[in-house]
Design a protein around this ligand. Structure first.
Ligand SMILES: [Zn+2]
Length: 485
């Protein structure tokens, strides 16, 4: 008995030593990146130029409306007049009617170019919410230190921010060693045919980019519980997406003599079965890297758990599952988004249809998800088909690659209080179309945001602070200086 107690005591000591030792290794390095290049920027001039872009209603519709491209031509005119040096120094090509591909030739053609993406289109204002805006969605008003309007965050600040940076560098007489390619899509919000066309053109020309940067993560303040420091999340992959349509069909008839199972009942049962058979939650490799990168900003208890996922991953996944946004990062989600049947209270509808939107976690695939859906519904009377515009999950870029480290250093130079971490973006971006151009695809918009800003994306009162926008421009200047020379 005594021997056993000693052995147990020893084993416990070893366990504690292992746990604490691993935690120690996650305390973070103290090496600070080089000081930022001083960029003298006039924040109110920058804001004024962005505000004008917000007034042009470059809305992407699905399917495209007649004359859809006219606002984009107006936006291009505004770009030309706002950034004359850029448009005279860079080769500009209009692709697929509204997308812009701009090449700033570097002095050393042996170096792979950097490819910087943003999109010019915006989503419409949801009908009935126009009056909820503090300033009309397309007025581009600057008030209370903010620039207000649809597109401030998603994603005209990226388009104009990049153009401001290039214009600034040209004014300074900078000539990059590495070519810088800007690619501004015009229909990201409805599938990104412009991005697809630009990616195909670049691939046909044999372009291999050092890295690609698109929108995605941001500098989040107070968005992750237990992390007091701002977290700069850089998307190194993104979830795939597919919508499936479920149909139940029979002759229908009078509601006074219903069959045992109606079309509505059958379809409702199919949806219930799907919701009851969700993918199990797990901490995948990107999420583990994300947690480990954030660990230095956590308290000792959490850090110990994150450093020892081999032991504590059930506890951590339970914690992450309490919020919808973090739970979405742990499995393929499914969401019923459309349910249609019936026209009259005493008529059995002959057909009932539903659409379920799936977001596929990296490692999953549309084919595997379809197999699971069929198995879960387990009813040959429910017809299942995939709708157009499905997308497989993007490949995962290596967060230890040199270009990720350069990006991370740039973030620290401009946002010195932030901690940088890779993560998987839940929403789809244009970047997914460029996977063949580079293995290093990152998704990050250099703007700070807080938890209450979440609802502004595609929502009401979208805005960016005047100072925050100047920081975004500063970031792009710094990034081009750091990585294109
Ligand atoms: Zn966007």
């Amino acid at each position: 008995m005594k021997k056993f107690a000693v052995a147990l005591g020893l084993a416990l000591c070893v366990l504690v030593a292992v746990l604490v030792g691993r935690t120690w290794r996650l305390t973070g390095s103290s090496t600070a990146p080089a000081a930022a290049v001083k960029a003298d920027l006039n924040a109110s001039l920058l804001a004024g130029r962005l505000a004008k872009a917000l007034q042009i209603q470059t809305i992407a519709h699905e399917p495209p409306e007649p004359n859809e491209l006219i606002p984009f031509q107006a936006l291009h005119e505004l770009m030309r007049s706002s950034f004359p040096r850029t448009f005279s120094a860079l080769k500009t090509e209009v692709i697929a009617g509204g997308s812009l591909l701009m090449t700033w030739q570097g002095s050393d053609p042996s170096l792979p170019p950097v490819l910087l993406l943003s999109h010019q289109d915006v989503v419409p204002v949801s009908p009935g919410t126009e009056g909820d805006w503090l300033h009309p969605a397309f007025s581009g008003v600057i008030d209370q230190g903010f620039i207000w309007g649809r597109g401030t965050l998603d994603d005209k600040s990226g388009v104009f921010g990049l153009l401001e940076a290039v214009e600034h560098l040209l004014l300074q007489g900078v000539k990059p060693r590495r070519s810088v390619i800007l690619a501004f899509g015009h229909d990201e919000e409805v599938g990104g045919s412009g991005a697809k066309a630009m990616a195909t053109l670049l691939a046909d020309r044999g372009t291999r980019a050092e890295y690609i940067l698109d929108e995605g993560g941001m500098v989040g303040e107070g968005i992750i519980s237990g992390i007091a420091r701002p977290a700069a999340l850089v998307g190194v992959t993104e979830k795939g997406v597919v919508s499936i349509e479920l149909t139940a069909q029979d002759p229908g008839g009078h509601s006074s003599m219903p069959p045992r199972t109606t079309n509505i009942g059958r379809l409702a049962r199919a949806i219930t079965r799907l919701e009851a058979n969700q993918e199990p939650l797990r901490i995948g490799s990107t999420l583990a890297e994300s947690l480990q990168a954030l660990a230095p900003a956590m308290g000792f208890g959490r850090r110990l758990a994150v450093a020892n996922l081999w032991l504590f991953s059930p506890v951590i996944s339970k914690m992450l599952a309490t919020s919808d946004s973090t739970r979405a990062g742990m499995h393929t989600t499914l969401a019923p988004t459309i349910f249609q049947a019936g026209i009259k209270n005493n008529v059995l509808p002959g057909i009932a249809k539903a659409v379920v939107n799936l977001r596929l976690i990296p490692g999953d695939s549309i084919a595997k998800a379809m197999q699971r859906v069929e198995a879960a519904i387990d009813d040959p009377e429910v017809k299942i088909r995939t709708l157009a515009h499905g997308r497989e999950p993007a490949p995962e870029s290596d967060p230890k690659a040199g270009s990720f480290i350069a990006l991370s250093d740039t973030i620290q130079q401009v946002f010195p209080d932030a901690i940088v971490a890779p993560f998987s973006t839940v929403a789809a971006t244009d970047a997914a179309h460029y996977a063949a151009i580079s293995p290093n695809v990152y998704r990050f918009l250099p703007v700070r945001w807080g938890a209450e800003d979440q609802k502004r994306f595609h929502g009401t009162n979208e805005r960016i602070s005047v100072e925050g926008y100047a920081d975004a421009v500063r970031f792009y200047i710094q990034l081009i200086s750091n990585t294109a020379g």
